[in-house]
Ligand binder design. Sequence first.
Ligand code: AMP
Ligand code: TRP
Length: 327
Amino acid sequence: MSRVLSGIQPSGELHLGNYLGAVRHWVADQLVHDALYCIVDLHALTVDTDPDRLRAQTRETATALLAAGLDPARCTLFVQSSVPEHTSLAWLLECTATMGELSRMTQFKEKGHGRTSVRVGLFTYPVLMAADILLYDADRVPVGDDQRQHLELARVLAERFNRRYGTTFVVPEASTPAVGARVMDLQDPTRKMSKSTHSPLGTIGMLDEPADIERKVRRAVTDTEGAVRYDPERQPGLANLLELLAVATNRTPADVAEGYERYGDVKRDTAEALVELLAPVRRRHAELAGDPGEVLNLLRTGAAKASAVAAATYRRAATAVGLLELD
Ligand code: AMP
Ligand code: TRP
């Protein structure tokens, strides 16, 4: 059985883009792969974070992922900082990567640009991510487009380490979800739906109340063409709604478009389909939120499972580079 691993930052409430573009696929993968999912709290420290907020968001992200359908009986869900080998291996990999390689990372250039003070951790972030992946001998890493360059670096570091010290790591493959996995902002359909959007009306939270989902979809920006067609170039707002209705009902957007003449009807049915799609997630979230001790227990079990794998890989790597072993 091949092993998949992915990670998510505990940086706020999950939205519909996270759910449809990532988490839903994680839920499906756990049924057919040996799957590990890591809440990367150490990565969150690369920018300014409030300690209490980080703690709360880490718990909340775990709760939301469980509510979305990750099943601890079928996958390993854990928090990065509870497995110390992530930072230990990151050091060995920092001594494998070069300044030039990390300087070319576009996310670092974008996030660091214009700041007077940039944390070293923001620079070495992709190395920690490589450690997250290589520690678990992951074959496949589902990531969005924006993370492909980081994944390529993980591959390069694994290959270099293997060449230098003998075969130690599995070289991972990236996997990007199929087309249609890009959910756009409802108020500005040229931008990806994201948590850092300007208009709260543009983003649907995974746990939004039905009335909020209906309001946001009703007010979604469309166009003045007046005909319902699936044309992402000329009618990006409408195309986004058709794509949402299509994934929620397992059809293609062009098929969905056939059945409509009025934008209002598309919006009504899209809202209804999304409310239905997210209802079980909201229900499970309410149950889990009422039992926070249970979420922590599940994270403890996940950490123990992850640690067993991570400790063995780290030992292999440490021995390969020549660190003295005492037991
Ligand atoms: P982020 O919230 O950017 O850290 O992303 C977490 C995961 O959700 C990544 O796998 C992203 O590719 C995915 N994701 C984020 N926003 C969207 C979106 N608007 N549409 C589809 N997938 C998304
Ligand atoms: N850097 C990823 C992001 O911002 C999160 C991440 C950290 C990750 N470690 C990972 C993703 C390992 C996949 C595998 O989205």
